[in-house]
Write a protein that binds this ligand. Sequence first.
Ligand SMILES: C[C@@](CO)(OP(=O)(O)O)[C@H](O)COP(=O)(O)OP(=O)(O)OC[C@H]1O[C@@H](n2ccc(N)nc2=O)[C@H](O)[C@@H]1O
Ligand SMILES: Nc1ncnc2c1ncn2[C@@H]1O[C@H](COP(=O)(O)OP(=O)(O)O)[C@@H](O)[C@H]1O
Length: 295
Amino acid sequence: MTPHLSIQPRPETNGAWLAPAKLNLMLRIIGRRADGYHLLQTVFQFIDYSDQIWLNPRNDARIELLRGADQVPAERDLTVRAAHLLKQYTGCQRGVDITIDKRIPMGGGLGGGSSDAATTLHGLNQVWELGLDLDTLAQLGLQLGADVPVFVRGRAAWAEGIGEQLQPLTLPEPWYLVIKPDCEVATAAIFNAAELTRNSPPITMADFTRGDKRNDCTPVVRQRYPAVDQALQWLAARAEAQLTGTGSCIFATCDTEATARQLQSDVPKHWSSFVARGYNCSCNPLVTPLDERGL
Ligand SMILES: C[C@@](CO)(OP(=O)(O)O)[C@H](O)COP(=O)(O)OP(=O)(O)OC[C@H]1O[C@@H](n2ccc(N)nc2=O)[C@H](O)[C@@H]1O
Ligand SMILES: Nc1ncnc2c1ncn2[C@@H]1O[C@H](COP(=O)(O)OP(=O)(O)O)[C@@H](O)[C@H]1O
């Protein structure tokens, strides 16, 4: 059976919905839209390293964040914004208490905020019995961030456009060592950098499969964040080192968990790190695992 991550509440999650992180296995910037958003080619894969979100219905129509991410005001939290968006779109009068157990580092290029938003859209679609389909949830998600649709759809993907035009991919599901240098990177600052490459020639999926894993953000992030540069130098001396998204996290791909843990045991103590498995499916109530559909 093809392994998959399930974002739905299960006994082992104590009623929590899971919001997994992602890695960008390559990222090219091939242009810019008139509104300033960049046209990308990127490959997304999920990893089994997740935030946990509890969605408890209330007796009134309020949306309350009982515990969220550090230093993110409730009104800016992407789970709260997702809940308001659903109410506005459907006219639903119900309320919810939201509690987030934050594990995915913020400003790390791991998409934690976007994943929290996507999981909230799925969770409240069920808890509030809204009956919205996957396309509608992905469209609503895009209003919250360019990265939200891939988490809503729950399939590893080749992405184009601003990251929302998605073609599912079946990739190897290796182990990853992820290192978080001691800094956060604001996505907007990197996309606004004058020195960012914005005219990379487009590649094909076959080029990626043959090994083109460049991330156009890497030179800018290395130059502006010495901690990322140092971590990349350290990892590159031991394995192929890559930046995910706009960073700050970097990663190496390993064939086995043992290899990843061996590499992790040498990581200098001033960087945090974790080992996680890659997954092509992050299954939600509207997506059945590939193998259960006979694919
Ligand atoms: C770069 C990527 C790669 O997966 O990930 P992260 O490094 O943030 O995790 C994503 O494209 C980030 O997606 P997301 O974090 O949802 O972006 P948004 O909230 O929509 O936008 C954040 C900022 O980045 C800019 N932005 C985002 C996406 C894009 N294709 N072009 C952009 O120029 C936006 O103009 C905005 O200033
Ligand atoms: N629930 C949330 N979890 C994390 N970040 C959030 C959340 N809601 C809003 N944000 C905002 O989104 C920003 C980006 O966070 P995140 O998605 O974790 O990183 P990245 O964009 O680097 O992948 C944070 O710095 C924070 O201001």
